[in-house]
Design a protein around this ligand. Sequence first.
Ligand code: NDP
Length: 447
Amino acid sequence: MTDLHPELEPILAEVTHRNPAEPEFHQAVHEVLETLGPVVSKHPQYADAEVIRRLCEPERQIIFRVPWVDDAGQIQVNRGFRVEFSSVLGPYKGGLRFHPSVSLGTVKFLGFEQIFKNSLTGMPLGGGKGGSDFNPRGRSDAEIMRFCQSFMTELHRHLGEYTDVPAGDIGVGGRELGYLFGQYKRITNRYESGVLTGKGLTWGGSQVRTEATGFGAVYFADRMLRNAGHELEGQRVVVSGSGNVAIHAVQKAQELGAVVVAVSDSDGYVVHEDGLDLGVLKEVKIIERERLDEYARRTGAQHVSGGSVWDVPATVALPCATQNEISGTAAATMVRHGLIAVAEGANMPSTPEAVAVFRGAGVLFAPGKAANAGGVVTSSLEMQQNASRDSWTFEHTDARLRETMATIHDTCVATADEYDAPGDYVVGANIAGFTRVADAMIAFGVI
Ligand code: NDP
């Protein structure tokens, strides 16, 4: 990591001191602050108004008990979180994550990132994030439903289409959103479609929302490659994860002519040299909720237990699993294997050491804030459709997504140029995202 601007150094120290034992949050703040030095120098009003210090403190942090009964009749207790980070640009907006690793620090890092991502989309969205340390793995549908109902029984009082609008994330997909929306509707006696996004198509959801994050990451990667004189067609692609984002990244990369040779889950990865069979992958992972060794059994692909999918050579990497999944060592291996571009479908999947390796080697690097914004862009399109009681076609919605990803890409490029960092998408995304939020904060006075 680089040194911070002298105005920003004490802010990071304060964040670290006031939020102990939250290393992912510290990392996310550091990654943003280390790019904001030139903005602070050029626009002293941001420092004068303590914009950055205020932004690092969430507007509201909610932590609650989630008691529920498992299939054996045993009472279980989990912890629920919602961090409402910033509402200067619109209602708090960001997903819910159900995974045993979730802690307050995880949710804060994700909520902090979400502020800048949502700002970068140009849409009227604030930033927030939530979740629980609940582990959905191995749980029956009935257990998932009881958990979701209990979670929403507390969370509902903090939500609203003009207040806070969650969506899915790791461990929260269409099934969970259905149970959450059903309970919200029941408790509030309101059919308030705009309170959640990622809904099913028959009850207020939008076409393309399921595919949006993966599709968007590939649209971004394609435009970034073209901007540098390459193209996605013919590239050898490795994707990590095999959940919602990963599978739709595989789909769009294949549609644009790339050869996707590997995907992973938390048990290992599969390598399919001729290119993955998307139909079987969707069947195994989405419909049957099976593990990847089942994909290998059905297709004859190689399954590797444990290990790192980043050992598989690729020219384009799409990390779509989780945070800090690419170490500095893994990044060095990827570069040695001929990597030319990385587009982060996941949030903060590259460690700071990995980012330094990519940047040092001249690899095109699109941070999650920009590359995975397609999910929230399409959530915003879902909210527009809900507000106007309308529903758009797949083609129209997909075209809006693609256009918006192009605009985000071009904004990053133009902002990086303006701040003398041509080709640096981290600088471009952070500064463009920050200035929109900062200007609104100044306009609102000290709140
Ligand atoms: P899913 O739950 O659908 O899939 C997650 C995938 O990543 C699974 O294959 C899972 O494997 C793997 N994974 C999760 N945690 C780990 C871990 N600790 N180690 C190894 N593998 C892991 O989630 P999504 O696809 O929705 O989310 C993936 C990423 O994309 C996250 O970083 C999320 O924040 C980000 N994102 C998601 C958006 C969305 O619209 N859904 C929007 C923007 C960003 P296993 O099944 O074995 O656990």
